[in-house]
Design a protein around this ligand. Sequence first.
Ligand code: PLP
Length: 426
Amino acid sequence: MTNREWYERACRSLVGGVNSPVRAWGAVGGTPRFFLRGRGAVLEDAEGREVLDYVCSWGPLILGHACPEVVRAVGEAAGRSTSFGAPCPGEVELAEAVKRRFPSIEKIRFVSSGTEATMTALRLMRGVTGREWIVKFAGNYHGHSDSLLVAAGSGALTFGVPTSPGIPASVAEKTLVLPYNDPEAAEDLFARLGKDIAGVVVEPWAGNMGLVPPAPGFLETLRDLTARHGALLAFDEVITGFRVPEGGVQQRIGLTPDLTCLGKVVGGGMPVGALGGGAELMDRLAPLGPVYQAGTLSGNPVSMACGLATLEVLERPGTYETLEARGRQLEEGLSDAARSAGLPLSVTRLGSVLGLFFSPRVPASLEEVKATRGDLYPAFFHGMMDRGHAFAPSAFEALFVSSAHTEEQIASTVRGAAEVFRTLAP
Ligand code: PLP
């Protein structure tokens, strides 16, 4: 069957033919490809066409597709049982592996998605402080829970407006949305409402509006304000966690949040999220504390084995050096290619995660991201896909390099981009 035939068949049974909206290619147009298999950095679609993958399942596949050690661990775990619904050694081992990387984490609760990790963080922040208001930042994405699916409002003190019908206004209005990288706005908000704010949740590098680095002092201000006002600070490192050799952005910049949300790489491609923090705080969750949280498949043995094998391979000498080298090669290659084509392009990078902006400057906030030439993206996307290079089917998504990407593969992507950039240049 062709991709189109699969898509038409899918649309008869799945909402919009997909199980997560962006996969429907609505932002770029065309028929989504259906993939049959992946190996390393290469994906094969239903028509037998191969593409180099820079989505990597939106981040989890830091070792590429079907890494042999990971596949073996998953197979062995599944052979013992696909689910116990009871404690198993794998969840202890993965928790220990995460703790070795993140000094701020003493205790962990595993869940099945990043959404659940941030949702649990909110419940804990509210439950512990006895306060209701949460602060998030415009352009940061923390999954689709009611309290966090709240769009940017205009101005620093805008009360949350739900992004989707179905979110009660009474829930959304407890979420205060501030501009990213604007420490003064945060100071102003805390000066007025600090005693009612349970916590702040932030992507320490914003990975859902392209990839936007934190401005100097921004995260430090959040740490300082939350500490002074008795609120909690949660870093959402669902994208950034394990993408740098240190324990997340937090360790790289030397800031300790109260809570850390993880997902993606920690499960190596299986459905895993995690919330971690100091023991005293985390012990307020059930069964030790009163803040309830649970999950039938939490700590699932197959998922834990997948995450553990991924972290083990990742920690082998040389893996992060490879990730850094490939990330840098792509960053420099794309930048040079755009410059030669006379196309304004800014590339941001954190290890093996990159952001592309059709703009001469790196944007610092959602407003600035929106002002870049995102309208060029669909033509870029299709130009690259036609040449065998799969980027995210939506502008302003991060792109991901895995340790399986070879130097030659990245060089071929850069050559493809050079051709496409020439067609886009003014
Ligand atoms: N937090 C961040 C920073 C994310 O990028 C995402 C998903 O992309 C989530 C949370 C939600 O994770 P999930 O899609 O696993 O629910």
